[in-house]
Design a protein around this ligand. Sequence first.
Ligand code: AMP
Length: 431
Amino acid sequence: MTFKSIKGTKDLLPDESGRWLHLEAVIREVMTAYRYAEIRTPTFEETAVFSRGIGEETDIVGKEMYTFTDKGGSSLTLRPEMTASVVRAYIQHSLAEQGGVTKVYYIGPMYRQERPQAGRLRQFHQFGAECIGAAAPACDADIIAIAADIYARLGIRCTLKLNSVGDPVCRPKYREVLQAYLAGVHDRLTLESQRRAETNPMRVLDSKAPQDIDATMDAPSILDHLSDESRAHFDAVRACLDDFGIPYVIDPRLVRGLDYYTKTAFEFVSTDLGSQDALGGGGRYDGLTEQLGGKATPAVGFAAGMERLLMVLEKSGYTFPSDALSVYIVGLDERSRRWSHVQAVRLRREGIPAECDFTGRSLKAQMREANKRGARHVVIVGEEEMASQRAIVKTMETGEQQSIEFASLLSYFLRLPVSPNSDASAYVSTH
Ligand code: AMP
């Protein structure tokens, strides 16, 4: 009997992991430059953290959560997103008392029981940032700038969609106006949207079903119903984005899936993705901290998919840094093989990626292996070299060979310039 990974989950195999490490390195670099610190929370929480935090009426809580009862009888859920967990941690550890604004980022797996398809998995990975404790529109723009910078740094072409979903003053009034409109087009809506028209009418505008889009073409826009405060906030966010040179399009239909958003909502979409075109998104969630039992605290954040980011990069032909081997050391007999291993370890201790043979292969087979691994240099040592204490060093690109004293080998490799295409920093895992 053999086993397979669960539908909607993926193994990250050795030939792909370098790409992930590179992406993570870019994300960490940008986050650090914006002065966001990493937060790691457990991958499961009490179910109520999500059902209360995200909202019972959302697809996530309604049908996508991996919820189970543990042996102690507690209802637990694998995290479907991070914001609720981050806010739970913020309250639990009284991070507000440390003063100032709490700025955190994360990278990690999330779990949703969705129908798997291209760009949609059941265990997928998100990176994101949360800025908790600041009401200023400048913070919304700061959060948007992080995502925009990460995408720009990776050369990704995408569109930033921006909207305001109002606040507790104006949203109930807009909800009524929208509900009255939806009642008029009730029969033209999908069954799902007919139900949502009652429970969460703004989500009807988010529907991708052509029937719903058609029926709601003339729906009233939230932007015509914003309170003075929400309007001023929206205008200020836009002004900041203009100052930063970040282009956006206003999309009054953008409401995002989660209930906790207030004021700013945004999404990055890519034309290089199929039907699952959302790269990431976020918004302001001033009501969430109170919802989870803390003091009312303004906050804003975003979350973005890693798998979709990789899909876009692979499509665009992005050049990932090479993880090519620097040195392959060929040993031709028992004694030189032992020497090779010692040299490989010495080079590695200096941070130079080095490899040698453990399986007693022939010179030809070892040279083939060095080629396959993209080694830049091959060191060849046999009985004769051991006797003369000089190794043959072959530069693979030029085919040039030279004889180098054993004693000078390490300093020879240390003096070589670093390959322009290698990204050593990307492979220094911070895990
Ligand atoms: P959300 O938390 O739903 O706003 O999702 C934020 C981002 O995470 C999306 O824009 C996607 O890039 C990614 N994402 C969400 N759900 C999935 C999924 N099931 N599989 C892969 N990526 C996802």
